[in-house]
Ligand binder design. Structure first.
Ligand code: NAD
Length: 316
């Protein structure tokens, strides 16, 4: 009666933490197929999995950019059954768009967006037939709100969110669940890789103001944002474990309450100017940060009152 969980991108970060956490479920409710593009990189997962390896966790090859690889992996599962799909594999890209090639941008879209589409083309028809299944997508707060110099990455996550929002209506007809997990900054390889690539950006194609904004404002504050707001991969895994054990899992779930006031700005202003102006002030008008922070606190209080009301509504 174990549920079969297939997770992508398990050689590091959130995917690795997720695979280990779910395989170690106290009630042994899950059989985890932890997949990765290159199984030669399984060392850390093997270590984290410990005694669950070969019991509630198995490692398999899967490249989300290859339809053949996805099909081969799903075909290798008993009855091709996947009860819970966790689409986690992804990559980032930062910098001014004039310094990035279209090919680099396409790789991000191909991995983050079409990676999910390929998985669902292979797995969704079976889920529909069985009228059972939960699709969990590791999106990001950048799936609902753009961030300076993350233009293409945010676009890839917006694509994921639009795709899932459209599909969710159809899924309901087949009693399937879809959940978007939206972490804020998470301290993983991702963050380090993105930062190091960012440092290597050839800024010769950018004007002076843009290059300066990227180097002296964005990159300079990058690590600090992760230090003050950052969560661990294990934290995100804990949230996701909770979501897959719920009877009625939510469509959206943010894992970082510290970040929530930022995304709330978007819904607080139908004109859409509030988040853009707030980010602008945070980045360029340091003396106004105090006022911006004050607005955050007000919103935070408003938000907690609202979520309290929602909790109360649920219980009645
Ligand atoms: P990570 O770099 O440690 O993990 C990403 C994993 O995806 C890696 O193991 C990588 O090998 C794998 N991957 C990349 N391309 C692949 C492909 N074609 N096929 C299979 N696997 C592939 O970073 P992470 O932070 O654990 O990222 C996991 C997910 O979380 C991503 O979707 C990312 O967008 C999302 N996310 C990360 C953060 C953050 O701050 N780190 C925040 C919000 C959301």
């Amino acid at each position: 009666n174990q549920k079969v969980v297939l997770i992508t991108g398990c050689s590091s970060g959130i995917g690795l933490a997720l695979a280990a956490r779910i395989a170690k479920d106290e009630k042994k409710r899950f059989m985890v197929y932890a997949t990765m593009r290159n199984v030669g990189k399984a060392e850390l997962l093997v270590e984290a999995a410990g005694r669950t390896l070969g019991r509630t966790l198995e490692i398999k090859q899967l490249d989300v950019c290859s339809e053949e690889s996805i099909k081969a992996c799903v075909d290798s599962l008993p009855e091709r059954r996947v009860d819970i799909l966790i689409s986690n594999a992804g990559m980032g890209l930062i910098g001014p768009i004039e310094c990035q090639t279209i090919d680099e941008m396409k790789t991000v879209m191909d991995t983050n967006f079409f990676g999910l589409v390929r998985l669902l083309k292979e797995i969704l028809p079976d889920m529909k037939k069985r009228k059972r299944g939960h699709i969990v997508v590791i999106s990001s707060v950048m799936g609902i709100q753009g961030i300076l110099f993350n233009d293409v990455y945010a676009a890839s996550k917006f694509a994921v969110e639009g795709f899932c929002e459209s599909l969710a209506v159809q899924a309901l007809r087949f009693s399937l669940n879809i959940s978007l997990i939206e972490p804020g900054p998470v301290i993983t390889e991702f963050e380090r890789k993105v930062y190091e690539e960012g440092l290597k950006t050839d800024l010769s194609k950018a004007d002076k103001v843009t290059a300066d904004m990227f180097t002296n404002i964005y990159l300079k504050n990058y690590n600090q944002i992760f230090e003050t707001l950052g969560q661990t991969a294990e934290d995100v895994a804990e949230h996701t474990h909770k979501i897959i054990t719920m009877d009625n899992p939510p469509f959206r779930h943010q894992t970082n309450t510290l970040y929530t006031p930022m995304t709330t700005l978007k819904y607080a202003d139908p004109n859409g100017d509030l988040p853009i102006e707030t980010f602008y002030k945070m980045v360029f008008e340091h003396d106004k940060v105090f006022n911006a922070s004050l607005n955050f606190l007000k919103l935070l209080r408003w938000r907690s009152r609202k979520s309290f009301t929602l909790e109360k509504d649920k219980s009645t």
